[in-house]
Design a binder for this molecule. Structure first.
Ligand SMILES: [Zn+2]
Length: 66
């Protein structure tokens, strides 16, 4: 499970819990330990004011057994 962080509407500050659309960004280079970071991005829509904004849904690191 990716770790979740709060995504707040930049317009009114309401927390939007679930993105209506997500996609993944894969880092082109591994970090020092050889892990690849995959960032899940999401599009959020504020239920209060209707503002749409992008936010990070979570990050996953691949390549090393923990
Ligand atoms: Zn809002």
């Amino acid at each position: 499970m990716p770790r979740r962080k709060k995504n707040l509407c930049p317009n009114c500050g309401t927390e939007v819990k679930e993105p209506y659309k997500t996609w993944q960004l894969i880092a082109p280079f591994p970090d020092k330990k050889g892990r690849i970071t995959i960032t899940s991005m999401g599009m959020y829509e504020c239920p209060k004011c209707g503002k749409k904004f992008r936010g990070v849904v979570g990050k996953i690191k691949l390549g090393v057994e923990e």
